[in-house]
Design a protein around this ligand. Structure first.
Ligand code: NAD
Length: 355
């Protein structure tokens, strides 16, 4: 287990990443939070895989705990699930000395974090992320949220966890498509900040069994730590984390409107490929970069172009995004793999960056 410390205005916290962490978790929690009760929040799929063994280990460590589960999927990041869990915590008399444990992917992490941010005006919580996306992205940085019918993540808080414990062994049970979704964000980190990591991804596919996966996850956490430390409240440098996301969000919105299945990771993969093809054509990006990105995305089982989509339709999705209101759009582009920069453009010019 190796740790990375993430600074935060609300208090620094450590992100521990490595194999076998779940087995050690009860002892770690008992030492870190003596006298506390634990509210373990998970989704039914993750609880089905890991809940029983974890509960047995909590019991062996003489920890006092209750487990609460929600259905898997984005639907659980809702105000109604949020409200009912607050009532459940109150009815079990959890108090401010107690600790919420969010065991699962980004959905459980975002929901659990927002519950912890608001229950009794804030209780302590730890993240135990079990998807690749959650281990490299959503469990780090302190953003918590639930969705509204009007859009994703519209209600939430900046509320960092007390610690993050990412057991890389849990990634072995992910569906290949869920692992691939996380790979889109991992590839993004390499592209914005780490040319060596990108070269590693070009050499051979990364799988849940790859011996260097824990090290690469830690590298992503360190990149996010550096970027978030410079801009915890997301007003400048943190925008670099949105590489591929402007077009990606447009694709997600378009697919939602057409009731076509689309995941965030796949949409971001297409977004990274499309914007780099355009910026290379506009001579803002080193020649050959777009093809290198396509190859790495395909190796990860991700789509590598927006072929089959109508650019004009995606554009409509991009321009209604609340983040893109105003006369200028802040695009994230690459000079070359490992080097990203912000590139403000006029809204009217966006189509050029999609074809
Ligand atoms: N807070 C942030 O900074 C931030 C950043 C990025 C994304 N997010 C949020 O994260 C969410 C997406 O996260 P996600 O991709 O982890 O989705 P998720 O939490 O829905 O997990 C995906 C699926 O994998 C299953 N799963 C989780 N761990 C498993 C395991 N070890 N083995 C087998 N199955 C497992 C889950 O039950 C679920 O069905 C979105 O709501 C997004 O808004 C937040």
């Amino acid at each position: 287990m190796t740790q990375i410390t993430v600074p935060s205005a609300a208090g620094a916290y450590d992100v521990h990443t490595g194999p076998g962490l779940l087995t050690e978790l009860p002892e770690i929690l008992a030492a870190a939070f003596p006298e506390s009760r634990f509210a373990v929040l998970s989704d039914t799929r993750v609880a089905g895989l890991y809940g029983e063994a974890l509960a047995a280990a909590f019991t062996r460590a003489s920890l006092s705990f209750e487990t609460f589960t929600v259905p898997p999927g984005e639907g659980s990041k809702s105000l109604s699930v949020f409200a009912s869990l607050q009532s459940v915590l109150a009815s079990h008399r959890f108090n401010r000395a107690d600790v919420l444990v969010a065991l699962g992917g980004g959905v459980v992490g975002d929901l659990g974090g927002f519950i912890a941010a608001t229950y009794l005006r804030g209780i302590r919580y730890v993240q135990v992320p079990t998807t690749l996306l959650a281990q490299i992205d959503s469990a780090v940085g302190g953003k918590t949220a639930v969705n509204l019918p009007e859009g994703k993540n519209l209600v939430g808080a900046f509320y960092p966890p007390r610690a993050v414990y990412a057991d890389t062994d849990t990634l072995q049970t992910l569906l290949p498509a869920t692992f691939a979704d996380g790979m889109a964000e991992l590839i993004k980190y390499a592209l914005i900040r780490d040319a060596d990591m990108f070269a590693r991804l070009e050499r051979a596919p990364l799988t849940p069994q790859s011996p260097d996966l824990p090290a690469l996850i830690r590298r992503c956490v360190a990149i996010k730590r550096d970027i978030v430390a410079a801009d915890e409240r997301d007003t400048g440098e943190r925008m670099l984390l949105n590489f591929g996301h402007t077009i990606g969000h447009g694709i997600e919105r378009l697919c939602a409107a057409k009731k076509q299945p689309m995941t965030h990771g796949r949409a971001v993969a297409m977004g990274m490929a499309a914007i780099t093809a355009a910026s290379e054509r506009l001579e803002l990006t080193e020649a050959g970069t777009a093809q290198r990105i396509r190859t790495v995305l395909e190796m990860a089982g991700l789509p590598a172009s927006i072929d089959g989509f109508d650019a004009q339709e995606i554009l409509s999705g991009v321009l209604v995004d609340k983040k893109n209101i105003g006369s200028a759009l802040n695009l994230v582009l690459l000079r070359k793999p490992g080097e990203a920069f912000l590139h403000p453009i006029a809204r009217a010019d966006m189509l050029q960056y999609m074809e």
